[in-house]
Design a protein around this ligand. Structure first.
Ligand code: ADP
Ligand code: MG
Length: 618
């Protein structure tokens, strides 16, 4: 009594299959790692569920993964007695790509990048890796606890279609048979498969079984043996582990090809009892900005895998941290809901955050080159930290690095402490300018007076910067102050101030007339005390957003309140002197448009600007 139906893969799946089959030739063996990891996940899930419902395991004593090779038939079969899948689950899990980040990522992927199999693990194409070596895959599964008649057979040749059939399946769990392609027969070798397992899957705690070699041709009964070590790596003694061991473990945990920048391995005993092994990767993951990305911390309770999580065990700004936390203080029955606000989890999280921050502090001090790499990859995320994590604000602020007018490089390398050390005796505040690009920040006319007076200014052009400085405004008692907002009176000496006031007096009428012309665009026209080269610039009121923030908000689709900037003009500039003699409407408009352009803004009517410029030139 079976019914067979044919379905089409979701477009993205076909795309993915195509990509893999055609460009992933350099590292074909990973198919086994993917299937074994799925099988082990399924076993972990069943172990976990059976804690509250022991009928699920149907009397089976041990949960394992078996790998069988049939040379004559040309097949490899991976069998697990894990949780299994219902037919609906098969359709949902195998045949679609649920993760929207993966979809977007696929669309942006080119062939060169696809060849980098490092990416495969990162975006979880797992199961489809079968088709790298197989031209037909048959998956038979039954969910633990379901009726035997409710099994499913899924078949596909990986060419856009798959078929589903309902059938009776004796054992719960999942069996996947790969019909190996003619030119991939090397994988039908027992030793080759054992080698792949020990390379990638040794730390998997579920036993992986293969037939003992001697049994193959003899009359003895078939006997299986365990081929993985199945040790929980993180439980080993720190003293007995070498850096290579950590690197290997990290790679098998994350599928990263590069060794991590640093690791923190701690065993805590006493009030709480847990082991944590945390890694700081050397490269940012492609989906660091994807809100729904998978967690990087695997939570175990006494070596039983509970869940992969980032939200509860790590704050958002440390979402790049990978690793394992294994504790004896959580019941195996915890759910995500219970984890929220759980005291044990809170304590572990706090301690982990402290350790990571301390490690980074150490790295910044002792290995500045390494820290520069770290900052390049993760600096933008760390900047979120000063706002997100109030309790560690000062520590995180000390880890921040910036480009400044003195470092003069796009690579952010100046710490706030360094900035403060270089401050002049009478400088009170930490100055910054924000812009959309480094070039725009560096070229900002607002910097002129600061250059003249040799005052260092932070050049902020990461997207997160605006938001950061709006929420983080003090470091070691020094205010962070935008040089494009409010007045800058305190920079000038008494004499300079007097001098400037005198110049400004003669401009009263000019300013009034200019203001009339620009009535709809600006709040006020003022004599500037920040310009020495440029004729004009825009300034926001002390408590207004400023042009850069408005543009960011608008690009995020937010409603931006209509605010008018202040136009400041440089009384010593020849164009402005000309205006003093006679206010010319055309020139006034040009000065305004130039100010908009130089802060990285866009003109409402560029053609009009060109006309005005031409008129001026003539
Ligand atoms: P991932 O493992 O990253 O979720 P995969 O493509 O490897 O992606 O697997 C997709 C999904 O299919 C899994 O999340 C799981 O729900 C299901 N699945 C795959 N293999 C098995 C298996 N052996 N037993 C039960 N479920 C499985
Ligand atoms: Mg998988």
């Amino acid at each position: 009594m079976t019914t067979k139906q044919t379905h089409s893969f979701q477009t993205e799946v076909s795309q993915l299959l195509h990509l893999m089959i055609h460009s992933l030739y350099s590292n074909k063996e990973i198919f086994l790692r993917e299937l074994v990891s799925n099988a082990s996940d399924a076993v972990d899930k069943l172990k976990f569920e059976s804690l509250s419902n022991d009928t699920l395991v149907e009397g089976k004593e041990s949960l394992q993964v078996h790998i069988d090779v049939d040379k004559e038939a040309g097949t490899i079969t991976i069998t697990d007695n894990g949780i299994g899948m219902t037919q609906t689950e098969v359709m949902e899990n195998i045949g679609t790509i649920a993760n929207s980040g993966t979809k977007k990522f696929l669309q942006s992927l080119d062939k060169k990048q696809a060849e980098d199999s490092n990416l495969i693990g990162q975006f979880g194409v797992g199961f489809y890796a079968s088709f790298i070596v197989a031209d037909e895959v048959v998956l038979t599964t039954r969910k633990a606890g379901d009726d035997k008649a409710n099994g499913t057979i899924w078949t596909s040749k990986g060419e856009g279609e798959y078929s589903l059939e309902t059938t009776t399946v004796e054992d719960f769990g999942t069996k996947i048979t790969l019909h190996i392609k003619d030119d991939e027969k090397e994988f039908l070798d027992d030793y080759r498969l054992r080698g792949i397992i020990s390379k990638y899957s040794d730390h998997i705690t579920v036993p992986i079984m293969m037939i003992k070699p001697a049994a193959e041709d003899s009359d003895e009964a078939i006997e299986y043996e365990m081929i993985n070590k199945a040790n929980a790596f993180w439980m080993q003694d720190k003293k007995e582990l070498k850096q290579e061991d950590y690197d290997e473990f990290y790679k098998s945990l994350t599928y990263d090809f590069e060794a991590p920048l640093a690791q923190l391995h701690n065993r805590v005993e006493g009030k709480l009892d847990y082991t944590s092994l945390l890694f700081i990767p050397a490269k940012a993951p492609f989906d660091m900005w994807e809100p729904k990305r998978k967690g990087g911390i695997k939570l175990y309770a006494k070596r039983v895998f509970i869940m992969e999580d980032n939200e509860e065990l790590m704050p958002m700004y440390l979402r790049f941290v990978k690793g394992v936390i294994d504790t004896a203080d959580l019941s195996l029955n915890v759910s995500r809901e219970i984890l929220q606000g759980n005291k044990v989890v809170d304590t572990i999280r706090k301690a982990s955050v402290s350790r990571i921050l301390k490690e980074l502090e150490k790295m910044a001090k002792n290995k500045p080159e390494k820290y520069a790499t770290f900052w390049k990859e993760f600096g933008m995320v760390m900047k979120e930290g000063v706002v997100e994590d109030a309790s560690n604000k000062d520590k995180i602020a000390a880890l921040l690095r910036f480009s400044t007018t003195k470092s003069d490089s796009e690579a952010q390398s100046v710490s706030l402490a360094e900035y403060i050390e270089r401050m002049g005796d009478d400088q009170k505040d930490i100055y910054y300018v924000t812009a959309e690009t480094f070039a725009a920040a560096k070229g900002s006319p607002h910097l002129e007076i600061f250059k003249q007076k040799d005052i260092e200014v932070l050049l902020l052009s990461d997207r997160v910067d605006e938001w950061m400085v709006n929420n983080f405004n003090e470091f070691e008692g020094k205010q962070l102050k935008s040089i494009a907002k409010g007045d800058l009176e305190d920079l000038d000496s008494k004499e300079e101030k007097k001098e400037k006031e005198k110049t400004a007096k003669g401009f009263k009428k000019t300013l009034e007339e200019m203001q009339k012309i620009l009535e709809n665009q600006v709040k006020e026209v003022k004599i500037s005390n920040r310009l020495s080269e440029s004729p004009s610039c825009l300034v926001a009121d002390e408590n207004e957003m400023g042009g850069n923030m408005e543009r960011i908000m608008a690009s995020l689709g937010q409603d931006v309140p209509e605010t008018k900037p202040i136009l400041e003009i440089n009384p010593t500039h020849p164009l402005v002197e000309k205006l003093k003699a006679k206010v010319d409407e055309n020139l006034v408009n040009v000065l305004f448009d130039q100010a908009v352009l130089s802060e990285g803004g866009q003109l409402k009517d560029p053609a009009e600007f060109v006309k005005r410029m031409n008129k001026l030139i003539n």
